[in-house]
Design a protein around this ligand. Structure first.
Ligand code: 5GP
Length: 176
């Protein structure tokens, strides 16, 4: 696969502008209160690091790793907790940061996990992308940058078989 076969959906400038907008909204909502941001590896890492640098409250970052993809472009439909070790989140403002909500199974798994294990002060779910059209659960992100169609997207953290996460833009493949 070559980057010349990619169609750019959102440029670096569009992504960065939208992140600033989202961060402004969050800065208003949290109003200086401490936040624990949970970055879902690996896909959300680029988005999360850009987002948190625009947040102005005291903030701790945690990283967890889940997987539902088979390596290519198909989901297994089952979420696996590869590493979900988290500190005590009782009474904390928890902000989950994901790359994309597709079926919503990962988001639901994570939200259920948090709700079952902690009494947080608040729990918000933030996703770079929202593929509403493929949703199989009733989960909706509280914050998202862009709503997208049912295409397999790569770049800005999103991978194809481990590659392309380093692209500064979001693109789709014409043919997979
Ligand atoms: P869900 O559980 O909502 O179906 O899927 C969530 C995970 O599937 C995401 O965190 C992401 O890793 C993967 N995923 C879903 N759609 C895409 C896509 O278009 N491109 C890539 N690279 N990963 C996707």
């Amino acid at each position: 696969m070559n980057t010349k076969d990619l169609k750019i959906l959102y440029t670096e400038e569009q992504i960065q502008a939208k992140i600033k907008e989202l961060a402004d909204e969050m800065n208003k909502f949290y109003n200086g209160e401490e936040v624990v941001a949970i970055c879902v590896l690996k896909g959300a890492v680029i988005f999360a690091t850009d987002l948190v640098r625009n947040l102005n409250m005291p903030l701790k970052m945690e990283f967890i790793r889940l997987s539902s993809y088979n390596g290519g472009t198909t989901t297994s439909g089952k979420v696996n907790a590869v590493d979900i070790s988290l500190p005590d989140l009782n009474d904390k403002n928890v902000l989950i940061i994901e790359d994309i909500v597709d079926t919503g199974l990962t988001a639901k798994f994570l939200l259920d996990f948090i709700h079952c294990n902690f009494h947080t002060k608040s729990t918000k779910f933030c996703s770079l992308l929202d593929k509403k059209i493929t949703r199989k659960t009733d989960v909706e992100p509280d914050y998202y940058c862009f709503e997208v169609d049912d295409k397999f997207l790569i770049g800005y953290g999103l991978d194809y078989d481990g590659y392309y996460r380093n692209l500064p833009y979001i693109a789709y493949m014409e043919k997979v």
